[in-house]
Design a protein around this ligand. Structure first.
Ligand code: 6GU
Length: 272
């Protein structure tokens, strides 16, 4: 089967290349698990000054990317199976569900605007959807393109060591991950949770799942409401929490959690 492909249209191609060259995603690219193509609208200009932007009609701050170089670039790269994304703070927020959906696409084309944006008529003609990476403004779409590539590529088989790592990470079951520990076994008076020293893989897996739920309840309680929880499973989680020593709760970063959070969660679940 053909490798999935990202095409990024950017005035700063090196920025994209550099972001994607490192770590497991960089290795994935090197091993052709996916393809990356970066094209510069400046290479599609027809005037001597290689003009890519101009002042906005009606006045205002920032320069707007011209239609023509973008259109010529798009025409060169967009095919039948391409999904064209404009990276913009006006877009739909990127989350774990969106990332997984994008990971199913054979060809993602991303247009990076700079401060001032791109001509709306290019969006009208070519863009399938707008995507934002958060409620703040970046000076250009490049960092957002890097975020999309990194988060999506993690779901391509072979990019992460373990075939299913991406699917067991934080968010993927709707909960955050349990904290991780490595050697030494004692660091400045802090030990290792006893369950992790048990060598019992089934027990460890169950323990991590419960701790992940407690971490979520403690740090991001609003995420608990996206998951179908039964009253019984909440009571189970409460009992598990009660079974942890004060020392272990500290070690796991759960000292902020109290019975109150469980009551609030129960009340919220009953309202749903
Ligand atoms: Cl995708 N682009 C820009 N320019 N700013 C953003 C963004 C994207 N997402 C959040 N802020």
């Amino acid at each position: 089967m053909k490798s999935p492909k990202f095409t990024v249209i950017s005035l700063f191609p090196e920025m994209i290349q550099q972001m994607v060259a490192q770590g497991v995603v960089g290795q994935g690219l090197k091993h052709n698990i996916f393809e990356l193509e970066v094209i510069n609208p400046r290479d599609f200009t027809t005037d001597v000054h290689k003009t890519v932007d101009d002042r906005p009609y009606g006045g205002g701050d920032g320069m707007v990317l011209l239609c023509e170089p973008l259109e010529l670039a798009l025409k060169q790269v967009v095919g039948e199976d391409s999904r064209v994304i404009y990276l913009s703070p006006q877009g739909q927020l990127l989350d774990d569900d969106k990332v997984k959906e994008l990971a199913e696409s054979p060809h993602i084309v991303m247009i990076c605007g700079r401060y001032g944006g791109i001509d709306q008529r290019i969006i009208n003609l070519y863009v399938d959807e707008e995507v934002s990476i958060g409620n703040y403004v970046l000076s250009g779409g490049e960092l957002a393109a890097g975020v999309v590539i990194d988060s999506v590529a993690r779901f391509f088989p072979g990019v992460l060591g373990h075939q299913d790592s991406a699917h067991s990470d934080s968010f993927t079951n709707g909960f955050l991950e349990a904290p991780n520990f490595t050697r030494p076994q004692n660091y400045k008076g802090q030990g290792i949770p006893t369950a992790l020293l048990s060598g019992n893989h089934k027990l460890i897996e169950e323990w991590r799942e419960k701790v992940g739920q407690l971490v979520t309840l403690s740090k991001r309680p609003e995420l608990m409401l996206n998951v179908d929880l039964t009253v019984e499973s909440i009571r189970d989680l409460y009992l598990f929490w009660q079974g942890l020593s004060a020392q272990e709760r500290d070690l796991l970063g759960l000292s902020g959690l109290s019975a109150e959070e469980f009551s609030l969660l129960l009340a919220a679940e009953e309202e749903l």
